[in-house]
Design a protein around this ligand. Sequence first.
Ligand code: N01
Length: 544
Amino acid sequence: MPGATTEISDTRGGDIDALVIGAGFAGLYQLLCLRDRLGLSVKALEAGAGVGGTWYWNRYPGARCDSESHAYCYTFSEDMMREWEWSERYPEQPEIMRYLNFVADRFDLKRDIHFNTRVTSAHYDEAANRWNVRTEAGEHFSAKYLITAVGCLSTANVPDIAGLESFQGDWYHTGQWPHEGVDFTGKRVGLVGTGSTGIQATPVIAATAAHLTVFQRTANYSVPARNVPLTPEFKQYVKDNAAEIRRATRSTPNGHPFVNSERMTFESSPEERHALYEAAWETGGLQFRTTFQDMMVNKAANDTAADFIRGKIRQIVNDPATAQKLSDIDHPYAAKRPPIDTNYFETFNRDNVSLVDVRAVPIECIAPDGIRTQDGDYPLDIIVFATGFDAMTGPMLRMDIRGRDGLPLAKAWESGPRNYLGLQVAGFPNLFTVTGPGSPSVLCNMPVAIEQHAEWIADCIAHMRDNGIERIEARPEAMDAWVEQVNAAADATLLPLATHSWYLGANIPGKPRVFMPYAGGMARYREICADVAAKNYAGFALSD
Ligand code: N01
């Protein structure tokens, strides 16, 4: 009954110890850690009808992971690493969904997940030391521990463009893609946005649409993914080397199993550099970033990579005016999350594809029959918004989370996210935020960051239980010091130079400009978190 309040108790009759919000990579593993390793009573609440998180929602054409499949998976069970076999170098969205369902079934996780359950509020009751959580359907859950595993990129950003409601065709955001798919055959399609998503979707949409118009606000770098089916030999290598792959992903700054070069850019001659970039371009993928050690900290070094990619764009794209628009990139390479692609730039050589530079000629409005820019109308049947997300803070702030004395998280974060280790916020006892802002999260291969957080949180709760501790909460001074470290880590890199990046919240009008992820590297971050735990959770207040 809409609006009715249902008290949900644990199926085993006791209180729920922990609630996990989300059933993607993070929520599934957090549920497993707390339920099966600690023996707690745990429920996960998931807005979708199935597991998968970001992969449940992002079903747009061409959706594929940019991490390589053998490292885009859980590593907590070597047996499971051997049981599962990926088919391609980069897994496609349906295959990742199959994988996550395989994991959920293998560990019988679904019985403790409430699907179609969107959390609308989570309020801390200090007297009871419990979190009261309410859902859109009016259900009420209560638990001692609340863990958000809501993903960093799960709040779709549909731009506020005048006239959208008047559009007579169909429009979609890539992050809320219809499960039945969209047929572009014979349609005039407009795609807005040239981030990783738009760059993946463009060639696939162009293959069937009558015409595709790409509306580009910021030109972007992209390196070929070079996706291929995995050979039987490579599949065997993965099975035989599960432990080594796990070790490698835990030792690198980005959680990828690539060996980071120790070469400095200007130790090589221009010819040697060019040859190394050529080789990296041929290898393809995110490891282009690792060609030189100083690529992300030295602007002059980065310029050499940026110029190489601009040159490639101009070589690939036949029409000089289009090539100019695509290669006129205003930020250092990889200062925004670097896309990888399959025939993105080549797609602009097709007769049925055109590019509109909406920075030079902004979109004025959406008319009933298409997009109107300052220099003309583009009649369209379908508009695809590949316009990204209210990243990192958006998913948490859209829930009404309130801590001690009713303090709203939105108030605590009104000048930008502040927390300790990306895990806890002062004033919000027993609330843990998996891959929260202030942690490496989106700068890391996500499953690696997720496993580290889920395990740290489970170890922390075990410590509390074993020592009769009822509450854990970040100390304000530890939080202040951590925010400084996060800022210093970002400032030591070129990342803040992409002033319109979603890492800074710049894609959302009115959002505070704060560099959100921790850029000091996953391996370093893991050490910091372990050290804090070893020092009896230094920086946290623990109380009976
Ligand atoms: O979103 P984005 P995304 N008018 O924010 C443009 C991950 N991901 O969905 O740069 C016109 O990067 C905007 O322009 P600008 C990955 O971490 C992972 O592509 O703000 N244009 C930009 O071009 C990635 O970084 C995989 O000027 C507008 C684009 O829309 C993250 O998701 C695959 C506009 C948005 O780019 C987000 O990527 C795909 C407007 N009003 C994505 N508003 C994997 O492989 C926005 N734009 C795991």
